[in-house]
Design a protein around this ligand. Sequence first.
Ligand code: TMP
Ligand code: ASP
Length: 321
Amino acid sequence: MELIHEGKAKRVFADPDSNNRVIIEFSDSVTAGDGAKKDAFPDKGSIACDISELLFSYLEGKGIDTHYIKRLKGPQLLCKKVTIFPVEVVCRNIAAGSFSKRYGVEKGIKFEKPLVEFFVKDDSLHDPLITMGALTRIGLVSRDVLQFLTRVTLSVNYYLSELLKQQGLTLIDFKLEFGMTEDNTIVLADEISPDTMRIWDNKSTSLDKDVFREGKGDLISVYKKLLDTLRASKPEDVEIVKEVVQVIVEPKSGIKNPPGEVTKKALMRLGFAEVDDVRVGKVFNIILKKPITTEILNHLNIMNVKLLSNPISEKHKVRLE
Ligand code: TMP
Ligand code: ASP
C-alpha cells in the first residue's frame, strides 16, 4: 500500500481500491510534550483504533459527518480521503493541560461554558494557539469555516460528554481535526481516542494520555478500562438535541428601505439626533433536528434564495455563532 502520510501515532495509506478513500493505521507509539517524551506499548494502537471506531460511529448516529467508513482488520479504519484544515480545534470544559499552564489557572476549575480554541497545525512552530482574527488574516482558514468548525466541535462536546456522563466519567478537554472531502463536505477527521482527550473518573483519576505524560500508571490498562466502559454505554439513551441557526436578511446597500426610513423619523422625533440611517431586515431562527452539517448549510442557502430573501434587493447570511 502507498504511504501518503506518517504522523506521530498513525500512518495513512492510499486505498488500493478507491481514489477517494484512505486507510488509517494506528500505531503503538505514544508521544508527549511536543515529541520530547516517546514510548511504545503493545496493543495501544488497536485500543485507540477501537475507541475511535466506536466514537465516530456514535457521532455519525447523532448526525455529525465524519470521515469514518468502516473498520478493517487490525488497527485500521477505512476513511474518506480529505484535505485536512491546518488547525487543531480544542474544546475545554475544565481547566487542565496547556490552558492551566498558560494562564496560571488551577487544574480542575470548571468553566461556565465550554471554550473552543484553535492551534496552528505546524510542528516547526510547535503548534501555537491562534485567534480567529489571526487565522483569517493569514488566510489559513476562512471565518465561515472556523464558525462552522466551532459549532460542530460544540456538538461533539455535548454528545461525548453525555455518553461519558452515563458511566460516571467527565470529559475535561479534547482535540479535533477536520477535513474537506472531494465532494466539498467538511467532516470530522483524524482520530478521537484517549490520545486526544482528557477524561476523569469521579475521583479525578485520568483515563487518558495524561497517565503517560505525567508517568502515573499503566497506560494500557487505563485505555482498556476506557474502552470497556464505552462498550457498556448506551448511545441510544443520549438524546439528540435540536439546534438553532439564524438566517439574517438585510436590504442591500443603495436599495430603498421604507421601514428603515419610518424608524429613522420616529427616532429623530424622540431626540436621537446622532442616528444617521436605519436599515431594517429580518431574522429567521431555524430550528434543526440534528447538528449542523455542510449539507444543511447548503440547504439553508437554497431555502434562502427560494423563500426567505429576495436576491435582487436583499443579502442574506447564515449565522452560526
Ligand atoms: P493541551 O491542554 O495540551 O492544549 O491539550 C488539550 C487537549 O488536546 C488534550 O485533550 C490533548 C489534546 N491534544 C492533542 O490531541 N494533540 C496535541 O498535539 C495537543 C497539544 C493536545
Ligand atoms: N501529542 C503531542 C506530542 O506528541 C503533545 C501532547 O499531546 O502532549 O508532542
